[in-house]
Design a binder for this molecule. Structure first.
Ligand code: HEC
Ligand SMILES: [Cu+2]
Length: 353
């Protein structure tokens, strides 16, 4: 029975993740401008793995499912057979023969499950060893991940210059190259999980964890924070875009390029500095706040609020006006700007391409 329950749980988890991904979009569509691009409709199926650790996890999942399915068939088969074969018939009178104890049966149902548990445990241990590396794989790109309530910060080495690129929520990586992730948390325990790329790894305050993946094809891979971390846990989505080498280098060049300061949006820029924005947000050469996402190249991203909505001028304005509307309980307050301030600031943010 417990195997059956287990099987059921696995199936439920994978289907409910699809439901979460889909419902995020529909619930926000009401608040934001209607948008046809279904930003969170991605593949969260562990059986569609696209990275070495994810392949290993898929293999063990099939093995466990296979063994559990076989146990289910045998146990239920014997049960149904007994019910039919030994049912009470008209000619039966009184109690059936009472049998007490049977050494062969006792032995069988002790030894067989023990062997099965051993096989599963050993196979699992082997998978854990293969998936959890203690050192970065050769040639890997080292990326720092900092989890915040309720968004992700990434620090990616700049392959086309010095220093690091700081960005939020959307990680861009080269296809075919191992990515070695160093996981930090700024507040509570989170969990980094991109089902098609790797397994779950807890992100713990004051403790550094590592995980890795290697995207085998170009595309967008989505994930979820997988450890309940507060109100907006469900809107702490992960998005990895794997691109070819040339595109990755171009991304590095773009992300490390200086912000062009357009005199037309000078007013908005000053407001950004004079209102509280600068205390929480960094924009290269403008401000150094580190509590919220880095906004230097915000318009190069496709989503806002860690995947809560697609990023476009309408959602950006709605966000700056009152983030609590789009993402209730998030750690950015509404600054209650008047419409002119809102226009000026949004016009400025729109230039941060
Ligand atoms: C108290 C700190 C704080 C202040 C002040 C603040 N923000 Fe934020 N901001 C945040 C946090 C935290 C987030 C991330 C929220 C989330 O996704 O859960 C955020 C997110 C954002 C985002 C979305 C970024 C992304 O990539 O998703 C924008 C745009 C933004 N803030 C602009 C502003 C502007 C403009 C101001 C000033 C009017 C401002 N913020 C003031 C903390 C702050
Ligand atoms: Cu989280």
């Amino acid at each position: 029975m417990k195997y059956l329950l287990f099987l059921f749980l696995i199936l439920m988890t994978s289907t409910s993740l699809h439901a979460i991904a889909a419902s995020d979009v529909s619930s926000n569509a009401v608040v934001c401008a209607p948008s046809s691009d279904n930003i969170n409709a991605g593949d969260l199926n562990i059986f569609h793995s696209a990275s070495p650790p994810a392949h290993k996890i898929r293999e063990i999942a099939w093995l466990v499912l296979g063994i559990c399915a076989a146990i289910f068939v045998v146990v239920e088969g014997v049960l149904i057979w007994s019910i039919i074969r030994f049912r009470k018939r008209a000619r039966d009178a009184g109690e059936p023969v009472q049998v007490f104890g049977s050494n062969p049966v006792e032995l069988a149902w002790t030894v067989i499950p023990t062997i099965i548990v051993f096989v599963l445990a050993l196979a699992t241990l082997r998978t854990i060893r293969e998936v959890e590396l203690t050192e970065p794989p050769a040639g890997s790109l080292n990326v720092d991940v900092i989890a915040h309530q309720w968004w992700w910060e990434y620090r990616v080495p700049n392959l086309e210059g010095n220093g690091t690129i700081v960005t939020a929520n959307e990680l861009v990586v080269p296809v075919g190259r191992p990515i070695w992730l160093t996981l930090h948390s700024a507040d509570v325990i989170h969990s980094f999980w991109i089902p098609q790329l790797n397994g779950k790894t807890d992100v713990i305050p004051n403790h550094v964890n590592h995980t890795w993946f290697q995207a085998e094809r170009a595309g967008i891979f989505l994930g979820q924070c997988a450890e309940y971390c507060g109100t907006q846990h469900a809107n702490m989505l992960l998005r990895v875009t794997a691109v070819d080498d040339a595109a990755f280098k171009a991304w590095c060049v773009h992300q490390s390029s200086a912000v062009v300061s357009d005199p037309a949006v000078e007013q908005g820029r000053n407001m950004f500095l004079n209102l509280a924005c600068m205390n929480c947000h960094a924009i290269d050469g403008v401000s150094e706040g580190a509590f919220g996402p880095n906004l230097t190249h915000i318009m190069s991203r496709t989503t806002i609020g860690a995947g809560v909505a697609p990023l476009n001028p309408t959602t950006l304005r709605a966000w700056v006006d009152d983030p609590q509307n789009l993402k209730v309980g998030c750690n950015m307050p509404s600054l209650e700007l008047d419409p002119n301030q809102l226009d000026a600031i949004v016009a400025y943010l729109l230039t941060l391409k």
